[in-house]
Unconditional design. Structure first.
Ligand code: ZN
Ligand code: ZN
Length: 365
């Protein structure tokens, strides 16, 4: 890699937090409700976003909650690599001499390790892409990079939430063995607990989504490796009715968190209608639902009300009109951008480009 690329990557993976929250974008739904969201880098080592309970952290909670509340009793795995495995295989260049394996010291190996863990817990895919012989039909997974005990000591471990209650020792040992074999790591540490109280389950969601890589200097190398690494993974069908909720003990309820999670999916929490398309992305051809950034000071002037401390807002008193939104969305996203975007999208489709949602960085929300 030439120096220029390394420098750009470093710039992208660093963050000072100076800009986080300064700018905001606005949306209008098909019934005319207005919402805003402030822009945050979402990086775990950002001085603003990397704080426990930060808006970036709360946004991650909002992404997990709609699934987590479907879990009646929550099984919780922590899968941890012993010291000897943690720093083998930098960028896949120095794998273990005997087995050729590497586990968690490069983006490539992290993706592979994550896939293997999901393969065991959810079951491997057969030819028809169906998962077979798994232990849990659905689950949510997220990595923590550092532990609390020794700040700055690389301690990668995987947190997994599943539908699970008490597991017999024999069964639990079988799962442990399967993970150890699949990962070629005979002394892999696997811990399991389960929870059935809403408060505990909410706390687990809060806990696994928290930032752990809170200082860039702990490992600039790993920070660069984690650029665009999709840390939060899930599998299975999440279409069942909510099994629990939280009303008390917090400044906001699960309903407010659900409102944020709707906006994250570009749906209006007030009326359930989609957010209006304001134009199309110049490069990807995907619909643009939020305006260009404006100074967040406007949110104060409009007495915007924040939803669940996430940097998402309701704009009841803004007096914004549809024309304002079109104006704020910028010229390139207007008719001109729209036509260009459509053309581009058609071309991409023909070229067989995938429409996958962009991969998110470590903890980016
Ligand atoms: Zn930030
Ligand atoms: Zn609406």
């Amino acid at each position: 890699m030439d120096n220029g690329i390394v420098l750009t990557l470093e710039k992208k993976s660093q963050s000072t937090g100076v800009r986080c929250g300064r700018w905001s974008v606005i949306s209008e739904c098909e019934s005319g409700h207005h919402h805003a969201k402030s822009l945050y880098c979402g990086k775990e080592w950002c001085s603003v976003c990397g704080i426990h309970g930060s808006k970036a952290h709360n946004r991650r909670i909002a992404r997990v909650i709609p699934k987590a509340i479907q879990i009646k009793t929550m099984g919780y795995f922590v899968i941890e690599f012993p010291d000897a495995y943690r720093k083998i295989g930098a960028a896949g260049l120095t794998p273990d001499e005997i087995t050729g394996a590497a586990w968690c010291y490069s983006k490539r190996d992290l993706i592979d390790t994550t896939n293997r863990i999901v393969d065991i817990l959810a079951g491997k895919r057969n030819k028809t892409k169906r998962r077979n012989n798994g232990y849990f039909e659905r689950g949510l997974l997220r990595w923590h990079w550092f532990g609390d005990k020794i700040p700055g000591k690389y301690n990668p471990h995987v947190n997994v939430l599943v539908d699970g209650a008490y597991i017999e020792n024999d069964k639990l040992n079988e799962i442990k063995k399967a993970l150890q074999n699949e990962l070629v790591c005979p002394d892999l540490i696997v811990n399991y607990h389960y929870y059935d109280q809403p408060g505990q389950m909410y706390q687990k969601v809060e806990y696994i989504t928290r930032p752990t890589f809170t200082d860039y200097k702990w490992s600039p190398y790993m920070a660069n490796e984690l650029y665009n690494f999709r840390n939060q993974r899930w599998w299975g069908k999440w279409t069942s009715a909510p099994a629990w909720s939280i009303k008390d003990g917090k400044d906001y309820s699960i309903n407010e968190i659900m409102a944020v999670s709707k906006l994250q999916k570009n749906i209006c929490p007030e009326c359930g209608k989609p957010l209006k398309t304001l134009g199309y992305n110049f490069r990807t051809g995907r619909p643009v639902k939020w305006t260009r950034p404006i100074d967040s000071i406007y949110l104060m002037l409009w007495s915007a009300t924040e939803i669940a401390v996430t940097g998402y807002y309701r704009l009841d008193k803004s007096n914004l009109t549809t024309d304002d939104i079109i104006y704020l969305s910028g010229r390139n996203n207007g008719m001109e951008g729209l036509n260009h975007g459509r053309k581009r999208a058609r071309k991409n489709k023909q070229a067989g480009a995938s429409g996958d949602e962009c991969r998110r960085g470590a903890g980016q929300s």
